[in-house]
Design a protein around this ligand. Structure first.
Ligand SMILES: [Zn+2]
Ligand SMILES: [Zn+2]
Length: 183
């Protein structure tokens, strides 16, 4: 009968699967927003980081395209940090708080800028996604290369950069990430 509606087919409307592989769900999978998309990439990149102090990833983006990426680690060809050679230095911020950094490594944001410079990619008027808010030293460089907005996942000593953020006009935005179920 030509007018009979096959309900099993109708139930697959909106499903990304087809044929025998269809799981039968009529709920379309939630699509990642741009911020979650680029921050997810930054999180993945952070897994390449080598300093035992922390793993940070950065992605420089303009017009929804990735221009450059970076993670924190030793300069190319030099020994990576490990438990025995990660060398920590301490610096005192004007507010009296002590900050610890590793002398061996380049921060993720600077490595992303270095990668762009190496390949001749202009990053003026771009945005950066970082898995942690930048330290004050990286922030100064981000300002000078023309980054418009810094998107970050976890706050890191925001109080140290608050004044520079305000004076420079660069935007600092935290991206709330939603845990996505596996599969
Ligand atoms: Zn280190
Ligand atoms: Zn930094």
């Amino acid at each position: 009968m030509q007018n009979t509606i096959d309900m099993s087919e109708k139930s697959k409307a909106g499903c990304c699967c087809s044929g025998d592989e269809c799981h039968g769900s009529s709920e379309p999978e939630k699509r990642l927003g741009w911020d979650e998309y680029f921050m997810s990439v930054a999180q993945l990149i952070s897994r390449r980081a080598t300093c035992t102090r922390g793993h940070i990833g950065a992605v420089i983006v303009r017009d929804h395209s990735i221009l450059s990426t970076g993670y924190n680690g030793a300069p190319s060809g030099l020994p990576h940090c490990n438990d025995s050679n990660c060398r920590i230095y301490r610096s005192t911020h004007p507010d009296g708080t002590v900050e610890e950094n590793c002398v061996n490594t380049i921060h993720a944001e600077i490595n992303a800028i270095a990668q762009a410079a190496k390949h001749g990619v202009s990053i003026q008027d771009s945005d950066i996604y970082i898995t942690a808010s930048p330290c004050i030293h990286c922030l100064k460089v981000l300002i000078n290369v023309g980054i418009k907005t810094i998107y970050y996942l976890k706050p890191y000593k925001i109080e140290h950069i608050a004044e520079l953020i305000r004076l420079s006009g660069i935007k600092l935005v935290q991206v709330p990430m939603v845990e996505t179920p596996p599969g």
